[in-house]
Design a protein around this ligand. Structure first.
Ligand SMILES: [Mn+2]
Length: 310
């Protein structure tokens, strides 16, 4: 079935690559990888990486006209629902292909390739590019590096519950073909400036515990004090993943509309995406979130998560 993807790449001269809003490493690096693969193998095709939100390690947002999009094949990567795409024009493309690994998504594209067992969209994209259908085409070291970075960031360096033997097999292939130095990649993706380290110390002090549920809630006053914006602060939910005594943890920040965006994570035996879906959000079994909750809704959600954590 991946042959259908290749057929469309061959058919179109204009290709747009979209990803989700507030892109993470998986979204951004998958886009860079696919773009690299297409430019390496089809240098005459015009490709654009589309979106407006930035990712902190590396961002690329090409300018693209409505007309270019209308004439193009659009890939939409790592994005479960059409509302989450970081450019609402994506579905105006002549033909659309979704490549994703989130459960409970929406089949918004002409082709929908979703593998929920994949730890990252980049893992599925690797499977596609190394499949027999793509045999005559080169997956360059640079493409391999981007794919590897997507997998490593989405699995927090192979620690998340969706990391499988296949994830490691895929990574091993990319390390070999991309001549990747694992420790260099770790340094590139996971180290921060000392100023961030100091801010994180302040964030850690905000931890509250209820039963086996741990959470950090940063309103705008606290965000100002820590000198972090909401989306940057929320990335540090990973800090809570190191605590043994809790089963479910959450990180909530007050956004500019004075509503709360929340990320929720859990240990393997605790399913939390259903709770987030009740508030219009979603995600994976052990990693999910919801946006624009009122304070009351946030309290309700935290009560439910407290109960579920026991
Ligand atoms: Mn992902």
């Amino acid at each position: 079935m991946y042959k259908e993807i290749l057929d469309k790449i061959l058919e179109f001269d204009h290709i747009c690559i979209f990803r989700h809003q507030k892109p993470d490493g998986d979204a951004m690096f998958s886009a860079l990888a696919l773009n690299q693969f297409i430019s390496d193998n089809f240098p005459h095709k015009k490709t654009r990486i589309c979106g407006s939100d930035e990712y902190d390690i590396i961002s690329r947002n090409d300018k693209v006209s409505d007309r270019f999009i209308r004439d193009s094949l659009a890939f939409i990567l790592d994005t479960s629902t059409s509302a989450r795409i970081d450019d609402s024009r994506a579905l105006k493309a002549k033909y659309t292909i979704k490549i994703d690994h989130h459960p409970y998504g929406e089949d918004y594209a002409d082709q929908n390739h979703v593998k929920t067992k994949a730890a990252a969209a980049a893992e599925l994209l690797t499977e596609i590019l190394f499949s027999k259908y793509f045999k005559g085409y080169a997956v360059s070291p640079e493409t391999c590096r981007y794919l590897y970075y997507g997998i490593v960031t989405d699995t927090l360096n192979f620690k998340t519950t969706n990391t499988t033997a296949d994830t490691f097999k895929t990574a091993a292939k990319l390390i070999t073909k991309g001549d990747i130095q694992v420790s260099d990649s770790y340094e590139y993706l996971f180290t921060d400036d000392v100023s961030v380290f100091n801010k994180v110390s302040k964030i850690r002090n905000e931890l509250k515990l209820r039963e086996k549920f741990g959470f950090i809630l940063l309103d705008q006053k606290k965000l100002t004090k820590i000198e972090m914006d909401a989306s940057e602060a929320k990335n540090h939910i990973t800090e809570l993943g190191t605590i043994r005594n809790i089963n479910i943890w959450a990180f909530a920040v007050e956004n500019n509309e004075h509503l709360f965006d929340v990320s929720v994570r859990s240990k393997r035996n605790y399913t939390i995406n259903g709770f987030c879906r009740e508030y219009g959000g979603g995600g994976h079994t052990n990693a999910a979130g919801a946006k624009d909750l009122t304070k009351n809704q946030l309290n309700e959600l935290f009560d439910a998560l407290t109960n579920a954590s026991k």
